[in-house]
Ligand binder design. Structure first.
Ligand code: F6P
Length: 341
């Protein structure tokens, strides 16, 4: 068999571990040929592939990013490609495709699969918000990086009696912030699932200082929202074009705290540092297992399915099930975190 493999969407620690695993299983167990598709679906549409043998995947297990690259495709071009899904596999010279990606990639994989391209999907995202799998690889690494940042911020915050507001990734869900906030012992954890009252946050910080504590750490997800009307001050300035700019939620909240309780308060935006660098052992293991099961799924003809971790076992679930809804932080998980704030 000739199997194509691509990575699409934002990069994520563990992508290379999946690619390596796919190549090992396909080549050594099944005698398949594997080709790497460059730059995700864009490379598929443009027919840009390169052979991937054991030699090509040597040493990539520990590398962050993706050796295959990733790129966006305009909507219209994607629509045309899906309409030609049947022809695409023949044009590129593959019998099946393993598509590794997040929500957008899974949606595209589903469309291609329904249109006749034999696709097996592997879910990835640092956000951990894909409902059909208990965990996605990349999440553990992001949480580890964010936790280390909180640990480091504590010592500098304490030295200067400051408040540090650390903004973490997660536009729609707060898994990274919840887990890093718990692991790092943050004093406030603010997530998109629960609009927060700014006064409550300020009072919590003020109360900490009044108890003689010398610093406070607030972990806030980039998608967390203040309850309407609870921001008291105007934040941001004007950009080079004279337009009003508003910082992200981390900057705005740090500004609120500083003005509300008159304490020095600094925003720290962790950004893409959470996605870069080498994956944790746990992410490498999950990525490797997903790669193995994706190749087996191809050989079973389980197209239109995705690998998913359920408990400790890897299952195959319809891609449609995976993209039906986002996995948000449920109330009981929040309650457990709140108990140690
Ligand atoms: O979905 C992963 C993620 O890192 C989100 O947490 C974040 O909001 C987004 O991607 C950032 O996307 P980009 O790299 O396109 O700025």
């Amino acid at each position: 068999m000739r199997i194509g493999v691509l990575t699409s969407g934002g990069d994520c620690p563990g992508l290379n571990a999946v690619i390596r695993s796919v190549v090992h299983r396909a080549v050594t167990e099944h005698g398949d040929e594997v080709v790497g598709v460059q730059d995700g679906f864009l490379g598929l549409i443009e027919g840009r592939t390169r052979p991937l043998g054991l030699e090509e995947v040597t040493g990539i297990l520990t590398r962050g990013g993706t050796i295959l690259g990733s790129a966006r495709v305009e909507r219209e071009r994607m629509r045309e490609a899906v309409a030609n899904a049947h022809g695409l596999a023949a044009e590129v010279g593959i019998d099946a495709l393993v598509a590794i990606g997040g929500e957008g990639t899974l949606t595209a994989a589903r469309m291609f699969s329904e249109a006749g391209l034999p696709v097996v999907a592997v879910p990835k995202t640092i956000d951990n918000d894909i409902d059909a799998t208990d965990v996605t690889f990349g999440h553990d690494t992001a949480v580890w990086v964010a936790t280390e940042a909180i640990d480091r911020l504590k010592t500098t915050a304490e030295s200067h009696q400051r408040v540090m507001v650390v903004e973490l990734m997660g536009r729609h869900t707060g898994w990274i912030t919840l887990h890093a906030g718990m692991a790092g012992g943050a004093h406030g954890i603010l997530i998109p699932e629960r609009p927060f009252d700014v006064e409550t946050v300020c009072c919590m910080v003020e109360e900490r200082f009044s108890r003689g504590k010398k610093f406070a750490i607030v972990a806030v997800a980039e998608g967390a929202q203040p309850a309407p009307g609870t921001m008291r001050f105007q934040h941001g300035g004007t950009d080079a074009f004279g337009h009003q700019t508003f910082g992200g939620i981390g900057s705005r909240l740090a500004g609120e705290i500083a003005q509300w309780i008159n304490k020095e308060s600094k925003p720290v935006i962790l950004g893409h540092i959470q996605r870069g660098g080498t994956p944790t052992a746990q992410d490498r293991v999950l990525a490797t297992r997903f790669g193995w099961h994706a190749v087996e799924a191809v050989h079973k003809g389980a197209y239109g399915h995705m690998t998913a971790l359920r408990g400790t076992e890897i299952h195959l679930v319809p891609i449609a099930e995976a993209v039906a809804q986002l996995k948000t932080v449920p109330e009981d998980r929040w309650t457990e975190a709140e108990a140690v704030l």
